[in-house]
Design a protein around this ligand. Structure first.
Ligand SMILES: Nc1nc2c(ncn2[C@@H]2O[C@H](COP(=O)(O)OP(=O)(O)OP(=O)(O)O)[C@@H](O)[C@H]2O)c(=O)[nH]1
Ligand SMILES: [Mg+2]
Length: 197
């Protein structure tokens, strides 16, 4: 099996803070999801979108999937996406992150290519960024156990797994004037983002 190649976009959330479904978010008339896909296609040959509205993706060439274990948040999406992935690791990202930096994703890949780890995420001081990282197919069963015992927190899975952390001093070398991990949760986030464009 290839080590890398798959990327998973999580798009099955409730968008309760935004008030409209974030998977249809538009920036300058363009669908953010489209921009995310185009960016990821520079680096990955398999894009898996895990959505709660598969019928809205008829015109897409990517793999469209739904959660297998439903109602448990982003970890459900990671679970479903990993099941589908045809490489050992899949890169996981949320559908509301406009500042993708392919060079940083490549850096993360390099950091783990010769390691035997389950997960690779960034840690900035005490904050972990779980929705921008690499996850191995070998943790599918662990995720299943987690979800079936009603645990939805990704961070607890991360602390229990063999995780490689990229630390702040490494990530600051990338995207100096953009927050790679910015995600748009509210209308205020969106307005603020548009102002900085
Ligand atoms: N597949 C899948 N993705 C999810 C699920 N819950 C959240 N996500 C995705 O995970 C990412 C981060 O989630 P949030 O920013 O909390 O999004 P959200 O849950 O839609 O929004 P809020 O209701 O405001 O918390 C987004 O890309 C969501 O679409 C889920 O149950 N299944
Ligand atoms: Mg969010």
């Amino acid at each position: 099996m290839k080590k890398f190649g798959a990327a998973i976009i999580l798009a099955g959330g409730k968008s309760s803070r935004m008030g409209f479904d974030k998977q249809f978010l538009k920036i300058d008339e363009k669908r953010l999801m489209g921009l995310v896909i185009n960016k990821l296609e520079e680096e990955f040959d398999e894009i898996i979108i895990v959505t709660n509205k598969p019928e809205e993706y008829n015109e897409f060439n990517q793999k469209i999937r739904t959660d297998i274990i439903k109602g448990m948040g982003p970890l459900s999406g990671i679970h479903s996406g990993l099941n589908e992935a045809s490489s050992e690791y899949a890169f996981v990202i949320a559908c509301d992150m406009p500042n993708i930096d392919i060079d940083y994703i490549r850096y993360m890949k390099k950091a783990i290519e010769n390691k035997d780890i389950d997960i690779c995420v960034t840690r900035i001081r005490d904050r972990i960024e779980p929705l921008h990282g690499f996850y191995s197919k070998r943790i599918i069963e662990n995720i299943e156990k987690h979800l079936l015992s009603n645990m939805r927190a990704i961070n607890s899975l991360i602390t229990k797994s063999k995780t490689h952390y990229i630390e702040e001093d490494e990530v600051v070398k990338f995207s100096l004037n953009k927050d790679i991990f910015k995600n748009l949760n509210t209308i205020e986030d969106l307005d603020e983002f548009l102002l900085t464009q």
